[in-house]
Design a protein around this ligand. Structure first.
Ligand SMILES: C[S@@+](CC[C@H](N)C(=O)[O-])C[C@H]1O[C@@H](n2cnc3c(N)ncnc32)[C@H](O)[C@@H]1O
Length: 280
């Protein structure tokens, strides 16, 4: 179990590096994760914390991997993918191309589900659509880059999609996303609290599901405001169905659970700040 001084250092680093807010109940979780990462004792954790505090890049990556929750799955909340793909079709019909962003892509299941839904909605393998996939955790993005998953993970898309969009990867019990789907997805690291984001808008759809809840309230609101400013005027902002934009709610109008449209620019300029920022 993390000692009090270790937990304090971990909290400070989590806030500094990722804007993540840790509370007491995370202490046990972090202890389990550090054991899984091969950190066997207090001295091992002190070494990691010391190196991360000193700015060592690899130590910081390991620390972020320890810190972040990467639970995800293919077609998590399936309706969202159908809505996003239908929206992309409308945009392409009007403007010729569409761009979507999965802003907490974790190990890739979400952006690849989006790419599959798009291929199906367009009925061809080369739709004029780009899916940008970003995450703070480079280890998770390396998994997304490889695009290899356990057979159990690809059950959710169903047997037909398994057969069509995944192929053998030479390892028993695992398979790989096909190049057809892979090439629609651009993967790059992005920390939602960084001043510079290596992505350019506008996006027609932004998925930001199951990440804002980990961020400190002010960071959350700021990230949502920036994402809203990168949305096309009729763009969609997707949260998990149980999430809502909270204090930044004035920026959006809800159209289904977890699905929000950007309000017109006049409302956007109002922004939202201050006292109401209890949630996000
Ligand atoms: C629970 S996963 C969500 C995956 C997917 N969006 C979904 O809903 O299934 C949360 C992801 O947020 C990422 N994350 C946490 N803090 C972040 C930050 N400051 N910037 C970017 N990504 C962050 C984590 O690395 C993790 O992959």
């Amino acid at each position: 179990m993390l000692t009090d001084p270790q937990f304090d250092r971990t909290r400070r680093l989590a806030s500094l590096l990722a804007g993540i807010e840790l509370v007491e109940r995370h202490r046990e979780l972090l202890s389990r994760r550090s054991r899984r990462l091969g950190i066997r004792d207090a001295a091992g954790l002190d070494t990691l914390l010391g190196a991360a505090e000193a700015g060592d890049a690899q130590a910081r990556r390991t620390f972020l991997s320890l810190l972040t929750t990467k639970f995800t799955e293919f077609f998590r909340h399936p309706a969202h993918f159908a809505i996003a793909a239908a929206h992309a079709r409308g945009v392409v019909a009007r403007a010729g191309r569409a761009r979507l962003w999965s802003a907490a892509a974790a190990t890739g299941e979400e952006p690849y589900s989006l790419a599959i839904a798009i291929v199906e909605a367009f009925g061809n393998c080369e739709p004029p659509v780009e899916v940008v996939a970003t995450d703070i955790d480079r280890e998770a993005l390396a998994v997304a880059e490889r695009g290899e998953y356990a057979e159990a993970a690809v059950r959710a898309p169903g047997p037909e999609r398994r057969a069509r969009y995944f192929e053998a990867c030479g390892e028993p019990g695992r398979c790989r996303i096909t190049d057809t789907i892979r090439r629609l997805v651009t993967i790059r690291p992005l920390n939602l609290i960084d001043a510079e984001w290596p992505v350019e808008g506008p996006f027609d759809v932004i998925f930001c599901r199951n990440v804002l809840m980990y961020l400190e309230a002010g960071r959350r609101a700021e990230a949502v405001r920036r994402m809203a400013s990168l949305l096309a005027p009729d763009g969609l902002f997707m949260l998990d169905p149980v999430e809502d934009p909270g204090a930044t709610g004035a920026l959006f109008a809800a159209s289904a659970p977890g699905v929000f449209s950007r309000r017109p620019a006049a409302r956007l300029r109002l922004g939202c700040s201050g006292a109401a920022e209890g949630r996000f």
